[in-house]
Design a protein. Structure first.
Length: 117
């Protein structure tokens, strides 16, 4: 990796960290969703500061080039994001179903009460 590539990678990873912290501070991103972005930015920073880590990881997964290892990590990151959002959506769907059932019960009891009066 050239010096300009390393500097760019460091700037991007620090920029991601600053952006995530700023979004959390402004309450535009919940803390529970920020951990994956923070871990990713820290990993990118470590790979940028210590390029041998990327070469080690490339050998570990059996990739031909370090860029292949980075693409593999990017795909894994996206899969983690999708899995995380799927669990959040499932939880919200169950909560919405429970709320709808409770509202229906309350409406039924209210209409039953009105007919008695």
């Amino acid at each position: 990796m050239t010096l300009s590539n390393l500097v760019l990678a460091i700037v991007v990873s620090v920029g991601i960290l600053i952006l995530v912290f700023e979004l959390v501070r402004r309450k535009k991103l919940n803390e529970e969703y920020s951990w994956l972005w923070i871990v990713t930015a820290v990993f990118l920073l470590l790979v940028s500061l210590f390029p041998p880590v990327l070469f080690w990881f490339t050998k570990l997964i059996g990739a031909a080039l370090p860029i292949s290892a980075l693409f593999f990590l990017a795909v894994m990151f996206l899969l983690l994001i999708v899995l995380h959002f799927s669990t959040v959506i499932s939880k919200l769907t169950n909560n919405q179903k429970t709320l709808a059932q409770k509202v229906a019960i309350l409406e039924y009891e209210l209409s039953k009460k009105k007919t008695k009066e």
